[in-house]
Design a binder for this molecule. Structure first.
Ligand SMILES: [Zn+2]
Length: 201
């Protein structure tokens, strides 16, 4: 059965209830819309064209939720479903390219890149540089990776990062479409086929 996002949303929309809040469910930064959990496409595949009841859907997936989500996390998740929220956070982390490009540690998490980004944030705190440092992909990767790992319960939250998250969030909002552009820069992607959805893309 062909997938028509609009039709599928009209068909399954009533199953979803909105999770209140204005912070992204995955990273905690300000949200820009909602993410369907499970994805509408997943319900479409599950139904295989037959009529499904709410009970059937909930027995299989649990309650359907519309969780507050920021543009960056929404792009990182794309059509990925995963098993749970942390699985989806890992998927987003995979796009925040903090990995070595070559050498013996190719593909591994780059502690060097991480430390440089930390030094840049220190310099911002000391007032040596301005808010334009948030435009650097490495800085965004650091702030977003930290935020996602805090939400995963892996890292402790710190006042230092709290402050940078706020500044980074205002920098992201200062220009239209900056969030999606910055996602592409952090992920080192030239372009991205947007998930059709509540964002109206
Ligand atoms: Zn987010």
């Amino acid at each position: 059965m062909r997938y028509d996002r609009r039709k599928a949303e009209a068909r399954f929309g009533h199953l979803f209830s909105v999770v209140p809040g204005d912070a992204c469910h995955y990273c905690g930064l300000p949200s820009d819309g909602h993410d369907h959990r499970p994805a509408v496409h997943t319900l479409h595949k599950f139904s295989e064209g037959r009529k499904v009841t709410r009970r059937e859907v909930e027995e299989h997936f649990g309650p359907c939720r519309l969780v507050p989500c920021c543009t960056i996390c929404n792009m990182g998740i794309g059509s990925f479903e995963g098993d749970d929220d942390n699985d989806r956070r890992d998927e987003i982390l995979g796009f925040l390219d903090f990995y070595d490009d070559d050498g013996p540690t190719k593909g591994e998490w780059s502690f060097g890149a991480f430390s440089v980004a930390c030094e840049i944030l220190d310099a911002r705190v000391e007032g040596l540089v301005g808010d334009d440092v948030y435009a650097l992909p490495a800085v965004g990767r650091l702030i977003m990776s930290h935020a996602l790992r805090v939400k995963k319960g892996e890292w402790k939250d710190l006042e230092f990062f709290n402050e940078h998250r706020e500044r980074f969030a205002s920098w992201l909002c200062a220009e239209p479409r900056r969030k999606s552009k910055h996602f592409l820069a952090m992920a080192r992607l030239e372009s991205y086929k947007f998930k059709q959805g509540v964002y109206g893309r």
